[in-house]
Write a protein that binds this ligand. Structure first.
Ligand code: CO
Length: 288
């Protein structure tokens, strides 16, 4: 692992809004916090949803997410703790463990299940939904399980550890790249008092979600289990944050698609007609 010097920024983005998230349940009763919802689709284009789950009570997660469909976007599941097995209708299957990522392109349609493979202990993770460009929504489904050791990592001179899941940061290329949406997905671990900077294109929408401790972005404190939407400032070339205590967070940025977004549950398309088609295809077994 390399120790690197981080970006010297001309100007950092600040915080536009803090989002608390809404407690809800999904699948067969899994308790989770929906941090990014439909209301933020335009503001955080190309990101559609962020769910955070974390509990040491098996009743909160044990039933998992039995068979359900997706069409028109990508799901990125990052396991922070615990084990989750996924299976899809095409026969693909994999086990996600602590630190692993599953990157799934639903494209024209996938039916899968996501079921905890543990009966007790802590289950913690986040699932992000990333939109697909109109001309990619009906692409062939694709997925990749990325084992924890395959995720590029670097450490700064301030002892900040950064895992680069997607895009690139401070010259380190991540595990996944995407042309249309250029997502950057970082998991950042900071000791108390340390600062971290990375470049983010001014054209991209960006946010952080703090899952341990707290950080400051400019003058704004972002506490644990809060999302901060970063301001879109033409002159800002990145973001700098400082840990007020030991902290862990994910930082996500992407290039907006600027296309119409129509969502009905697990289907996200560009028009109402395409949603009706998705429902019809699903009911009539055309996802298989
Ligand atoms: Co799913």
């Amino acid at each position: 692992m390399n120790t690197i010097n981080q970006a010297m920024l001309r100007q950092s983005r600040g915080v536009d809004r803090i989002i608390e998230g809404v407690a809800t349940s999904d699948g067969a009763g899994v308790k989770l916090t929906r941090v990014l919802t439909g209301k933020l689709h335009q503001r955080l284009d190309p990101f559609l949803m962020l769910d955070a789950f974390g509990s040491d009570n098996p009743d909160d997660y044990i039933a998992g997410f039995p068979d359900h469909p997706h069409r028109g976007f990508e799901t990125i599941t990052y396991m922070l703790s615990g084990r989750m097995r996924h299976r899809d209708h095409a026969g693909h299957e994999g086990l996600l463990k602590h630190g692993d990522v599953q990157w799934m392109t639903a494209g024209r349609g996938i039916i899968h299940s996501e079921i905890p493979e543990q009966k007790d202990g802590v289950m913690e993770g986040v699932q992000l939904w990333l939109n697909l460009a109109a001309n990619r929504k009906m692409a062939e489904p694709w997925y990749r399980d990325i084992a924890s050791h395959e995720i590029p990592e670097y450490v700064t001179i301030e002892n900040v550890t950064v895992r680069v899941i997607a895009g690139s940061s401070n010259g380190v290329a991540g595990a996944v790249t995407r042309e249309d949406t250029e997502p950057m997905y970082l998991d950042i671990h900071l000791p108390a008092g340390a600062s971290f900077s990375t470049a983010v294109p001014a054209t991209h929408n960006a946010f952080i979600y703090v899952y341990r401790g707290a950080v400051k972005v400019g003058v704004t404190l972002v506490e644990s289990h809060r999302m901060a939407i970063l301001s879109n400032t033409t002159d800002a070339d990145g973001v700098t944050l400082t840990a007020t205590e030991d902290a862990r967070l994910i930082m996500i940025a992407g290039k907006p698609l600027n296309e119409p977004i129509v969502q009905y549950g697990p289907f996200v398309m560009n028009t109402q007609e395409e949603i009706h088609q998705a429902m019809d295809d699903f009911r009539n077994g055309r996802f298989i």
